[in-house]
Design a protein. Structure first.
Length: 239
């Protein structure tokens, strides 16, 4: 049963996420929005059809989630997922890295209905995003801020999603080996490669030197000088 607040039924909403910046924004939203009951799910073991049925939420929001959601959940409840491209452009995995590696620095965050096909759901809303500077962590923190503003809009104004328009374009999920900095990269592209992988859970940008693997993070580009923190391990080609 839904709780009552001063005689009114308090609607429940779930946020399912695993990233620290989203959890921080969730706590802020929960504290400020007393018109709704907000529930956090931060592990796949707690996202089951039975558990969701017990809560009976109005919405389930997925600002960052790494596991497949059972179809019984998104077929029954209003599930909203967030993607860092102007859909239908850029459906698929590793959107941040795919954008920056292509030299695309202006994009959008799309809030979409979760459906069986990844990133193919109807659009609730979009918002502009500049990824021309900042590490992956810094950019994803901005994405989190945008996503939670969208959550507020969707819940407050009961937005209705509309179908995606245009021909889909697809991104392929990147592998850890694609984190190697291209041998022909100039200083600007090298900076992009380091910063786009400098984030929670991402494999660091690296180069090989003989049997050594040299990883980079915390890059700073000033004119024609690039500085970065370096970690060297014995993980080269011949190991």
């Amino acid at each position: 049963m839904r709780k009552k607040n001063m005689g009114k039924i308090v609607k429940k909403n779930i946020v399912a996420t695993i990233k620290s910046w989203n959890i921080k924004n969730f706590e802020a939203l929960k504290a400020e929005d007393t018109d709704h009951e907000w529930i956090l799910i931060d592990h796949k073991k707690n996202l089951t059809p039975g558990a969701i049925k017990e809560i009976s939420p109005d919405y389930i929001f997925f600002p960052h989630w790494s596991w497949r959601v059972p179809s019984r959940i998104y077929d029954t409840y209003k599930c909203v997922v967030f993607h860092m491209t102007d859909l239908p452009f850029g459906r698929g995995g590793s959107p941040l890295q795919n954008l920056i590696s292509r030299g695309i620095y202006q994009t959008k965050v799309s809030a979409i209905q979760m459906v069986e096909t990844f990133d193919a759901g109807d659009i609730y809303m979009k918002q502009e995003l500049d990824i021309s500077c900042g590490s992956a962590d810094e950019i994803l923190s901005r994405v989190s801020d945008i996503s939670f503003n969208m959550i507020r809009e969707i819940v407050t104004h009961h937005l209705q999603p509309t179908p995606q328009s245009g021909e889909p374009d697809y991104f392929k999920r990147r592998t850890p080996e694609e984190s190697e900095i291209p041998v022909d990269a100039d200083i600007s592209k090298t900076n992009d490669w380091i910063r786009m992988l400098d984030g929670e859970g991402y494999p660091k940008a690296f180069i090989r030197h003989g049997n050594l693997r040299i990883e980079f993070e915390e890059a700073e580009l000033n004119a024609n000088e690039l500085t970065a923190k370096v970690r060297i391990t014995g993980g080269g080609k011949n190991e």
